[in-house]
Ligand binder design. Sequence first.
Ligand SMILES: Cc1cc2nc3c(=O)[nH]c(=O)nc-3n(C[C@H](O)[C@H](O)[C@H](O)COP(=O)(O)OP(=O)(O)OC[C@H]3O[C@@H](n4cnc5c(N)ncnc54)[C@H](O)[C@@H]3O)c2cc1C
Length: 530
Amino acid sequence: MSNGLSQQVIIVGAGPVGLTLACELALSGVPTRVIERRAWRTKESRAMGLYPGSMELFDSRGLAETFAEFGNPADRITLSTGGSVELSALPSRYAYLNVIPQSVIEEILETRARELGVEIVRRTEVVEFTQDETGVTVVLRTDGVQRQERCAYLVGCDGSHSVVREQLGIDFGGSTHQYAAMLADVRLAKAPLEKVRLTPAPGAVGVSIAYGDGWYRLACLDRSQPWSDEPLTMEVLQQTFARIVGYDAGLHSPRWLARFKVHERLADRYRVGRVLIAGDAAHLHSPLGGQGMNLGIHDAFNLGWKLAAEIAGWAPPGLLDSYEVERRPVAAATIRMTERATQMVTSASSRVRGMRQLVTGSVLRSPRVQRAVAARIAGLSTSYVDGPGEGSLAGSRTPGLTLHTVGGVPVQVHELLRNGTFVHLELRGTEPADTADWGELVTPVAGRIVAPGPWGAASAVLIRPDGHVAWSTTTVDDADRAAETAAAITTWCGTPYPGRRVPAGWPHDFPAEAPVAVLEVDLAITVPER
Ligand SMILES: Cc1cc2nc3c(=O)[nH]c(=O)nc-3n(C[C@H](O)[C@H](O)[C@H](O)COP(=O)(O)OP(=O)(O)OC[C@H]3O[C@@H](n4cnc5c(N)ncnc54)[C@H](O)[C@@H]3O)c2cc1C
């Protein structure tokens, strides 16, 4: 690159978060390089599933069907003590936990990243870096040989032991538990009927998850056993799992056995100047509920378009800082949620176990509670109330809306986001809003929504590239709405100026005429009564 930069962005770490971020930046035309210490992709399954919120994000980039093809859909999380969390009742095209090993997710993401032109440099580690007003100088090491590269921004997606976080001096406060935690991918002679089954026991919890190909992920958290750094054996796992679930499931043929520590930690900052962190580098929590990777993927979708906007030069003031403003509270809430859930399911106290029985046996049967719990676990209820949006829908996620074009062909609104642009929905008139001054930054669409609540009442909505609502209005008067629309797009995409029509960094082709469409949506949620 002519400006002395070897890349605009260097991402440290080719885990699921680094690869997702690389795809997002590349989609926005930002030259990106991923530096990965490992020579090869990991074969460890680690995280085992994508929740509906993540599947919808990937749907907005055309990848969800690929993940679905390689996954095993689980409609619910069943508690052995009675009760379940029903994901199948959620208002989503992907109303299930897509059970799929992290290694497969990384393979799919890496393939997409390479297709988009991302350079992935393996067997190379980031050793240190310094930053100044114009960029970041990064020291890399390959086979013991060091060299320097310079980039405009550096993002640490380098996991729990993040070098980037440490060198920035970011505090990673929290706690690390010293009890036994183990997991394995095995086959079972006596497999449970449920695809995802959680068995609480006094002081412990056991989890079994079916990959759908005969393999099972087993996990045990056992407060009665201290942490050990001895390699996990089948014998220890067999005994621990049988003691927790109350029967011998006939574990055999392990392909992966691991111990891990449970941490609850949150970085006190996500950005220092031109260097940012995301994923496990920024937050760690109990694995119960399988939230870790999903949380990091949402970080990457939030950060990608904002960093691209900053680099392309159209980001309004504060946009990049809104990454931390929006994502850090979500991580803090997830840490609290998983910590409480872990305490509740593993408690040895008869009082807490009594409460748990009440929650799973009775409270979870309330459709309202069931819906709220399922949506929270699924990642469908995240709303950026502290973000800069305006209007009754601002900050909320765009739900799965079916769009019927004038020609009658149904399209999902999430699919309108596939080029990584803003989408403006004109919901009263039949003409798309005039967004020509912002060129390829905004895809304008006209149509209607039939839905209860604020979506039904909205007359126009501006959706961000990550699927969250930037702005909405209920103004009926056409001229007033057009003026509000222009003001909202200016807030988010900057003031129009000559030449803006083809901004640097947004090289994707769009249809010459924006589609005129009628939107129809059914947001009714039904939860089966037990
Ligand atoms: C044993 C185990 C089981 C888990 N089970 C689940 C689960 O069931 N569900 C769930 O949601 N989550 C689970 N997780 C958590 C999940 O794996 C993480 O949340 C997820 O991997 C985070 O992705 P990431 O990209 O942020 O970090 P990582 O996946 O850790 O990726 C970081 C990458 O950065 C590379 N790297 C690090 N430092 C450097 C450097 N200096 N230079 C170059 N490269 C570097 C590493 O080699 C690595 O590839 C589990 C984690 C572990 C350890």
